[in-house]
Design a protein around this ligand. Structure first.
Ligand SMILES: C[S@@+](CC[C@H](N)C(=O)[O-])C[C@H]1O[C@@H](n2cnc3c(N)ncnc32)[C@H](O)[C@@H]1O
Length: 445
């Protein structure tokens, strides 16, 4: 549990995702799967993406799987306030597994609105399954029943983010912006889609009950299996957050131009560049992640040269008209879809990743032909990975300058444009939210 006090008006929270998920499904197996998934996500062993293919989930039917997934997401989206509520009730922290069971119990009762008796009994049963934890059955029962009598507030923005990250956001963006960022943690985002052919925007928006956002992204509140949605099988679109779609657009590649996507997998930006008509080389260090790029290219019938290599050490003589570096980062800006990143991240990660980014940025500059464009981006809210990274890069690369981004260019919200012509996209910059990103466009002279 995290060391914070509880504040706010006690009331139940309803996660919009819970409106589609069964309120109480599967009894113990679904909760046991949720426990495994939550434990893995919080240990940083697997992100939610990988976790969703966890063997414990595979054994469940569709309804139970939806419940287990919704339960873990609801827990992660309210983890700070959940822990504050538990801390007020439990003096000596019990073993980690009991803490996870209590967290899941609270999320069931107060976010998913699972019937109280089911939330309590199944939590006690989960503890009872572990012979070494028998002595904690009474504690789990008493804590959950106690909290059901005095429902805690689970949507206090000041508690939603880990305290160290919240302090960093306050220092970087000010208290008001930091609070707005944190408030976005609790909400379930809509699904954003990038189109292969922008001319089909109106037709596909109607078929998908979607809104068309600036830049052409479609936003739909649909839920469920995307492979059954109109246009998926024919490869007319791919899932890509509205913010993630901005950087590739800023390269404004023309048909036939050469483009290098240096950290390409799973391939959202490669698809955008290929759909714009560029001759794309998609590079990534991870051969397994590149399989996703190949699958995405096949489904959308787009083409790119796919290369597995370390972008900093890639032995290839070519330079490119356009280079995109979507660098590996702490990914703190993606918490709307991956709330686990906030809780798995460690302060030391940011410094380590910043060192990798600076090496990759230098390599990206070498790959850009004179007069060519280079877009650097990270889905991170941490200035060391964004503003700081580009300032240091410009200091050591006099042959490269900022190519300022214009207002609204690439579909970026006006509020995201900084005075120097780079973008600091914050989740609150678009109604309904978007991922946090930093984007800079550079030109080699
Ligand atoms: C933020 S993700 C890229 C997302 C991708 N651009 C997209 O839009 O779908 C970062 C990627 O960088 C890759 N990566 C990390 N270090 C690398 C390196 N030294 N060379 C090449 N790729 C690297 C990781 O495997 C990961 O796929």
């Amino acid at each position: 549990m995290h060391g914070r006090t509880q504040a706010g008006t006690p009331r139940r929270v309803t996660d919009p995702s819970s409106q589609d998920a069964p309120k109480d499904a599967g009894g113990l197996p679904a909760r046991a799967a949720a426990l495994d998934l939550l434990t893995a996500a919080l240990s940083g062993r697997s992100g939610m993406d990988e976790g969703l293919s966890h063997p414990a989930l595979a054994a469940l039917d569709g309804r139970d799987r939806a419940f287990a997934r919704a339960l873990v997401m609801a827990t992660l989206r309210h983890l700070g306030p959940i822990d504050a509520a538990l801390q007020a009730k439990v003096r000596k922290p019990p073993p980690d597994k009991v803490v996870q069971i209590l967290r899941l119990g609270l999320a069931q009762a107060f976010v998913l609105n699972t019937p109280a008796h089911a939330a309590v009994t199944t939590s006690v049963d989960l503890v009872a399954r572990d012979r070494g934890l028998q002595m904690f059955k009474g504690l789990v029962n008493a804590v959950l029943r106690g909290l059901l009598r005095e429902p805690p507030a689970l949507d206090d923005a000041d508690l939603l983010a880990p305290s160290w990250l919240y302090a960093r956001w306050r220092a970087a963006f000010g208290a008001g912006e930091a609070r707005a960022i944190a408030a976005a943690i609790a909400g379930e985002p809509a699904t954003d889609l990038s189109l292969k052919d922008l001319a089909r925007g109106a037709e596909l928006a109607a078929a998908l009950e979607a809104a068309v956002l600036p830049g052409g992204t479609l936003r739909t509140e649909r839920r469920g299996d995307i492979s059954t949605w109109p246009g998926f099988a024919e490869g007319a679109w791919w899932v890509q957050d509205a913010a993630a779609a901005v950087p590739a657009r800023l390269l404004a590649v023309q048909p036939g131009q050469s483009a290098l996507d240096m950290c390409a997998a799973p391939g959202g930006k490669t698809l955008q560049l290929a759909a714009a008509g560029a001759q794309v080389t998609a590079l990534d260090r991870s051969a397994s992640r590149l399989k996703r790029v190949a699958e995405n290219l096949a489904r959308t019938a787009l083409t790119a040269e796919v290369v597995a290599a370390d972008a900093a050490a890639w032995r290839d003589p070519r330079t490119f008209d356009a280079v995109l570096l979507d660098a590996p980062c702490s990914a703190t800006g993606t918490f709307r879809r991956h709330p686990d990143v906030l809780w798995a991240a460690r302060p030391s990660d940011v410094a380590g990743l910043a060192a990798v980014q600076s090496k990759l940025l230098d390599a990206a500059a070498r790959r850009t032909r004179p007069g060519g464009r280079l877009v650097y981006c990270v889905c991170s809210l941490e200035p060391e990975e964004g503003e700081g990274q580009v300032a240091a890069f410009l200091g050591r690369n006099p042959g490269v300058g900022l190519d300022p981004i214009g207002e609204g260019e690439g579909g970026a919200p006006a509020a995201s444009l900084r005075a120097d012509g780079t973008l600091r996209i914050l989740p609150q910059h678009l109604e309904g939210g978007l991922d946090g990103f930093y984007v800079a466009r550079l030109r080699k002279t």
